[in-house]
Design a protein. Structure first.
Length: 229
């Protein structure tokens, strides 16, 4: 992603984060599954309905994922982290499964260590209720997250960090993909930094192990990534 795009995305993240912080401070009774987009609308004096009608779901979801990593994760802000997941969120982290936001937070807390900062999202893929992003954790650890969103919060999350070397054979998969995502919205690059041509498939092997394949149409070998469980 170019410096100009990083700056543009950063401004969008900061604006959303400010609105989220205001909403969190104004109501301690907010539920875990309240949408970040609703908080943003409330802070600006707009109704959730008008916000949903004017902003495509993939833009809201991709923006909220930026906030989740760059604001909540990097700053260990558990309140914002909880608000960006539903109360009943189901998470599969490399084969380790949790259900519910409390269990998810408990499982991740040991990873909130100095230096465990997410510095980049690339590529960024968003379509409808799904997002797929590769984040860089620390100096060079790549981690992919495929998320299904409900009302601006993650209801299902699939996370893998075992990336195969370029050119390595993709494991055989079974059945239809759990999710197939591609950048269809032409405005995604301007709004959230999502380059056109990228796609992501979340699949499973016959042994029910996750495989996440990411690629760019006409891209190089380095732009074809496969993560396995």
């Amino acid at each position: 992603m170019s410096n100009r795009m990083i700056a543009r995305t950063g401004r969008l993240v900061v604006a959303t984060a400010v609105a989220l912080s205001a909403a969190c401070a104004g109501s301690n009774a907010a539920r875990s599954d309240s949408a970040a987009s609703t908080s943003t609308g409330s802070a600006a004096g707009a109704t959730p309905q008008s916000t949903a009608a004017s902003v495509p779901a993939e833009v809201t979801n991709a923006t909220n994922f930026h906030v989740l990593d760059f604001v909540a994760w990097n700053n260990h802000d558990v309140d914002v982290f909880r608000r960006l997941h539903t109360a009943d969120v189901k998470v599969n982290f490399g084969g380790n499964q949790t259900e519910g936001i409390d269990a998810h937070v408990q499982a991740l807390e040991p990873m909130w260590q100095p230096g465990g900062v997410i510095t980049n999202h690339n590529p960024i893929i968003a379509e409808g209720e799904w997002t797929c992003m590769v984040g860089v954790l620390g100096p060079n650890i790549k981690m992919v997250t495929v998320a299904k969103w409900r009302d601006g919060a993650i209801s299902e999350e699939y996370i893998l960090s075992n990336m195969l070397k370029p050119g390595a054979a993709k494991p055989a998969v079974s059945g239809s993909p759990v999710a197939s995502i591609s950048n269809q919205n032409a405005e995604l690059k301007r709004l959230v930094g999502a380059e056109p041509g990228w796609s992501c498939n979340l699949e499973r092997t016959a042994e029910e192990k996750m495989v996440i394949a990411i690629g760019k149409a006409g891209g190089t070998a380095a732009e074809q990534m496969v993560f396995t469980q």
